[in-house]
Design a protein around this ligand. Structure first.
Ligand SMILES: [Zn+2]
Length: 382
């Protein structure tokens, strides 16, 4: 066993109705005014207003920015950061799916340290602490509430840049399963598979540890158990709880063990063709799982048991059973089976592979991967 360390520095509150715990969480943050970063749907649904009223209960006035889009851009970060600075707020509420959480983290950096978010691209480039954040996810999920990463699209170069820093970790997290009961079916499917990919990739990552494995396996169990029921009926409370908890565990796993080729390859798909993150991952997943089978270190069997929810003996298991199970799961969730069906143009594969190779996730993928192999994997997934 190699040396490993772990840290989960946040206060995490989980459970139905935990949105009511906002005043308690905020009281620990010692702030005087909040800036809420959210999305247009949550604003229209009156939920941003609900969060604002909970802040008010704690004596915290707030302003909000609700214009985050899917695959949020550097321009959006700039706009939101201007709003944050003008507001005079000293804390940020990240409220929504992966996009508002990514934007909120980027705003915290730019709002505190100045400049543009591109100045902080890479890992460890944020010079010091940023304004404290409370994260309240409304999808299950990106796990962004417990990760030190923000991913922002730079349209000037069709590139999804990553800012990674321990200072991006929200101080407080509230996970209320009631919040994910109104998610549209497609979003539930994309986000659910994304969370499963987080668990799967971190579990087979070269940077995995007994601690991250524990979280990843728990996540696979919870997601395997609940994803079909949750996507079919988002008001199924038991399934929603399982998915939100699974997404949290997967987030903790990959914040320690990172990811792999699926995420390295999906970011260019989203950056070039504006394909939702979870959908891009889901479509690429079976191809990469097949590619990695030669280096699965016996872990595919553990994944299969949890995703397929079938008892099977180790002797009769083959990696192709997992590949087929993942294809079947995608199909049952209404996810297309090829990149050609989600608007990807094969003429861009070489440029996409160059960007995929820049991802830090390539280095921890269990099977060593070259640029040529990435191009080939794009072809196979096409
Ligand atoms: Zn992801």
């Amino acid at each position: 066993m190699s040396l490993f360390s772990f840290s989960i520095p946040q206060n995490i509150t989980f459970g139905r109705g935990s949105l009511d715990k906002i005043p308690e969480a905020v009281s620990r943050m010692k702030a005087s005014k909040a800036f809420i970063v959210s999305g247009p749907h949550l604003s229209k649904a009156g939920l941003v207003e609900k969060v604002a009223s909970k802040l008010k209960e704690a004596g915290i006035p707030s302003e909000s920015f609700t214009e985050t889009e899917g695959n949020p851009s550097t321009d959006t970060v700039e706009k939101a950061a201007e709003g944050f600075k003008a507001s005079g707020a000293d804390m940020i509420v990240a409220f929504g799916g992966g996009s508002p959480l990514d934007v909120a983290k980027a705003v915290a950096v730019v709002g505190t340290c100045g400049g543009n978010i591109t100045d902080y691209e890479g890992v460890g480039m944020v010079p010091g602490p940023v304004v404290p954040m409370i994260a309240i996810p409304t999808t299950a999920g990106t796990g962004s509430e417990v990760t030190s990463f923000s991913v922002i699209t730079d349209h000037s170069r069709n590139y999804k840049l990553t800012v990674g820093s321990k200072y991006l970790l929200p101080a407080e997290v509230i996970l209320d399963p009631d919040l994910i009961s109104t998610v549209p079916e497609k979003t539930a499917a994309y986000c659910g598979v994304d969370a499963m990919v987080h668990a799967l990739e971190s579990y087979i990552s070269l940077a995995s540890s007994p601690f991250s494995d524990m979280c990843a396996l728990q996540a696979l169990e919870l997601i395997g158990n609940n994803i079909r029921a949750y996507v079919a009926d988002r008001t199924d409370q038991h399934a929603a709880e399982g998915m939100l908890l699974g997404s949290l565990c997967a987030g903790i796993a990959f914040s320690h063990a990172r990811l792999g080729d699926v995420h390295a390859m999906s970011h260019p798909v989203s950056a070039f063709f504006d394909v939702p993150h979870g959908l891009a991952n889901a479509v690429i997943l079976p191809t990469v799982v097949e590619f990695n089978a030669a280096e699965d270190n016996g872990k595919y069997y553990e994944i299969y048991k949890r995703v397929a929810q079938i008892a099977v003996s180790k002797d009769t298991f083959t990696p192709s059973m997992l590949v087929n199970e993942l294809k079947a799961l995608n199909k049952s969730l209404g996810i297309p089976n090829s990149l050609s069906k989600v608007g990807v143009d094969e003429r861009m594969f070489e440029a996409m592979a160059v960007d995929a190779m820049k991802s830090g996730n390539i280095a921890v993928n269990p099977r060593k991967t070259t640029e040529k192999e990435i191009i080939n994997l794009y072809r196979l997934a096409y």
